[in-house]
Design a protein around this ligand. Structure first.
Ligand code: FAD
Length: 284
């Protein structure tokens, strides 16, 4: 089966930012991505901007665009009406997530976990949506241990997911072990590695601490050493991410999902380099 790439955007607040996403999606569509996706703020705060962005990207690029959908703090009625609205607008891909309750809120509403959202989507809309779910090769930060997290992931997939996208990581071996364990647990869906190109080390470090993605010690030391040399930082990180992607494809990954940060570069450069390594394997 052909490998494919996909790219994630987050909704922009300004008109300039919105135009930038549309333009990036047009440029990146030359790589024939299987889909684009657009994130959805926890607590429903970004619901309209996510919808507008999904529609804009899908119409501009001609590529199927998935809406992320979080359920925490929401209700069946509300999620049901979001699903109906997506269906009425020909949006047929979702990344179904629990999300995180905003600080100060402690009522999860009618959904506790993402597996309940997946079940509800199937109950409400049958097979209309292609559903992706989130996977965590390095464990979700709230899980007590790896085994418990894996069991919860298996349950979530069995609720009706078509495929999964992982949290980003910089340890390709961890991804391989995770995929092997999923297969041993009876799953046969594609588990697409999430790729986060490295731009600013400080913000990456902060974000990684919060979401539980490890930056290996050797890599952290390297990145810190380029603090005052952004040109070398970019050259090194693009090389490293390209090599990691090549390794992942060699290990059998079904494709690559880029957390694009709404940018064309370095995503384009990395994708082209990886595709050049495997000229017959990618949808081109
Ligand atoms: P779940 O799968 O529900 O898991 C959350 C935790 O609960 C885990 O520790 C799990 O082991 C545990 N758990 C799951 N099911 C059960 C159960 N039945 N019983 C007991 N414990 C259980 N956040 C956003 O706000 N907006 C986005 O657009 C967004 N996009 C994302 C895209 C990707 C690819 C990824 C990897 C993450 C994304 N996130 C997003 C972050 C995500 O919302 C958080 O990681 C959140 O904390 C967990 O969401 P989940 O869907 O993985 O939750």
């Amino acid at each position: 089966m052909a490998k494919h790439v996909s790219f994630e955007f987050f909704p922009a607040k300004t008109e300039k930012g919105k135009q930038n996403i549309l333009s990036a999606s047009k440029t990146l569509s030359s790589l024939k991505p299987e889909f684009f996706s657009v994130t959805f703020g926890a607590g429903g705060s970004d619901q309209q901007t996510t919808f507008d962005t999904v529609l804009g990207v899908q119409n501009t690029s001609g590529i199927a665009t998935a809406s992320h959908l979080t359920c925490v703090g929401s209700s069946r009625e509300r999620i049901g009406s979001i699903l109906d609205n997506y269906k009425a607008n020909n949006i047929n891909r979702l990344v179904a997530l629990r999300g995180d309750l905003p600080m100060g809120m402690d009522d999860p509403g009618e959904f506790q976990y993402a597996n309940e959202l997946v079940s509800f989507i199937r109950e409400h809309s049958g097979d209309y949506f292609h559903i992706e779910v989130a996977a965590y090769p390095e464990k979700h930060p709230q899980s007590i241990d790896h085994k418990e997290d894996l069991n919860n992931f298996v349950q979530k997939v069995k609720a009706g997911a078509d495929s999964a996208i992982t949290q980003y990581f910089y340890n390709p071996d961890g991804y391989s072990y995770f995929v092997d364990e999923c297969m041993s647990a009876g799953l046969d869906i594609p588990i697409i590695p999430g790729i986060m190109p490295i731009g600013n080390f400080e913000s990456l470090s902060r974000f990684s601490d919060a979401c539980g993605a490890e930056i290996p010690r050797w890599l952290r030391i390297r990145l810190e050493s380029y603090e005052h040399d952004p040109v070398s930082l970019t050259a090194f990180t693009n090389d490293y991410i390209t090599e990691m992607c090549v390794k992942l494809i060699e290990q059998g990954a079904p494709g690559l999902h880029f957390y694009s940060m709404n940018k064309v570069e370095p995503n384009m450069q990395i994708c082209k380099a990886v595709m050049a390594h495997f000229p017959d394997q990618f949808e081109q």
